[in-house]
Design a binder for this molecule. Sequence first.
Ligand SMILES: *Cc1c(COP(=O)(O)O)cnc(C)c1O
Length: 432
Amino acid sequence: MNETEKEPEPYGFATLAVHAGARPDPTTGARSTPIFQTNAYVFQDADHAAELFNLQTFGFIYSRLTNPTVSVLEERVCALENGRGAVACATGHAAQFLIAATLLDVGDEFIASNNLYGGSITQFGVSFKKLGWNCNFVDMTDPDKLRAAMNDKIKFIFCEILANPGGVVLDLAALAEIAKEWGVPLVVDNTLATPYLCRPFDWGADIVVHSATKYIGGHGNTMAGVVAESGRFDWYQSDKFPSMTQPDPAYHGLTFAETFGDFGFSMKMRAVALRDFGPTLSAQAAWNVLQGVETLPLRMERHCANAQAVAEFLSEHPKVAWVSYAGLPDSPYHELANKYLPKGAGAVFTFGVKGGFAAGETVVNTVDIFSHLANVGDTRSLIIHPASTTHRQLTPEQRDAAGAGEDVIRLSIGIETLEDIIADLDQALAQT
Ligand SMILES: *Cc1c(COP(=O)(O)O)cnc(C)c1O
């Protein structure tokens, strides 16, 4: 990455988290962003309507495509990621779908890290396959394995900078170099790190995707997804991306990379994939996420401080076999975490309880402050024993391969009082 090419940033991260994309409502003066609960927007006249439909002027037509409340969220996340354009949608999985639908044709390939959110592995490996989009999973903890797996049919590379289980941190700069060599975008799922801990565009990534359901919204009450683009990817360097560089029949012959330049990808994703497949974010949901994102830096600071202290406590606990957290010096990912996540190694991690399956069930049954459920990135501390829940139907061998062995417990550490979190785990472990 060339530091000198970057635009100077006018405001700090915490200021952007509160203000980016929002201004007082011009008609009422409302300071908090209103929830624009409307399906459609009145045109000024027939010419204005024509310009909007031709994408010659920016404005609102219909809320499947754009809505003023949703737009504020898009601008907010775009600013936090230091990107050029962004599109919000209904969920993180919808966001991943919109990326693939924009870049892939039937028969195309992409390559993904095998250290991914379980739902993404199923989405890519099973459901995308039915659409003729083929995903090859590789172990990107060794960038040479990615390099060896690359070929000319691959249209993008997908990874999570910080992945669970296992607290895996990838060498983003090395992966970005391989993407550059092959002329394909590097897409980074930044859900667990958030732009507060890591901004993938600073390390050469081209597209960032979020499940805003997690830390961006942050309160465990709203589903949302966001895709942002850096604006630096050159779609014209090869003939691999006809959907960006050729006239689009779905938009009366418009060529998105030519017409919209460094935000062509967001425009294409919105004007074609979001328009035609329709996983739109509602204004109410966008507003909920906007409430959450204002405190992202404060929450992440506390999430990480609590998680670091809990990981240290567990690593010395006699009933704990191992702790897998990149913030601990004995983690194989500690050095990478220091480089890419210097403000903290996130707040989702796994540990092994001595006593295996039965002890794992006892812990989730006896915690009090922790909620036993399948989610991460809530203000509340969350716990799950994958072997008795999400991975229950698998054989013990399959569970081990998926990092969900009998003894594995996953924690998502919340922002409660640290001493209470530790005391709760301590009393639960004492029951095993
Ligand atoms: C939850 C999650 C997703 C999927 O997001 P949804 O909002 O649940 O659709 C994708 N990636 C990661 C890392 C996640 O944690």
